[in-house]
Ligand binder design. Sequence first.
Ligand code: SAH
Length: 244
Amino acid sequence: MGLGNLWLVNPASFPDEASYARAAGASDILDKATVVSTLDEAIADCVCVMGTSARGRKVPWPVIAPPDAAAKASQQSEAGQVALVFGRENHGLSNEELQRCHFHIHIPSNPDYSSLNLAMAVQVMCYELRMHYLKGLEGGDGSPYLKPMMVPGDEGWDVPPAPVRDVEGFFSHLEQVLVDVDFHRRDNPRQLMTRLRRLFQRAGLDQMEINILRGILTAVQKSAGAADTAKNTSRAGSTAGEQE
Ligand code: SAH
């Protein structure tokens, strides 16, 4: 997620084979990790320290939501180092450790079971930091991943959008096929075509999609016509048989 500065406070085992296996290719982060024996050493040079916690504390502390924490971290990083502090897998951060922090970050999980695995909590915070970074990328519009969903007509879509004439042609064709296959009756239309219109307008069809849909309708017509002919032929055949 673009972060590379990992500090480990009094790790149970380091370097550790399992951690390299789990890093899956990001071993450079482990290679350059800094190992210290106390939290105080780890945060000594930081201008802003944010501790993560699954629980509320007896003495309330400024709690900040993950996206705001990312914004704050990015803003404060202009002044100096910012630390995000995570606790031990089994018992988190102690009160003393949390009191070293300017802010507490709580990921709003289900209050009935608020404690996430350490790795999950780290990833949520790394994601928030990454999103904040991408949004602020120079050029204003950030990463393509943050843009609203692309639709026909937008730059980058591979086929031009279908003009109204073609979409209307498709609706007429669709209605005709639905009549042909006895799904729809023009004398008792209910809201069928209105709802189908709404469905397809919502999709925002492009020219190739219209061609495909018209191709399908034509194939249905041919096949229904063939079935009719086949039915008629077999009826004619059996009638002929009965007559014999
Ligand atoms: N029982 C411990 C939970 C340890 S979970 C406790 O109540 O603190 C291990 C670490 O994951 C925590 O120390 C914290 O850094 C992080 N974490 C887990 N759930 C979190 C949450 N909902 N919000 C913020 N951090 C969380």
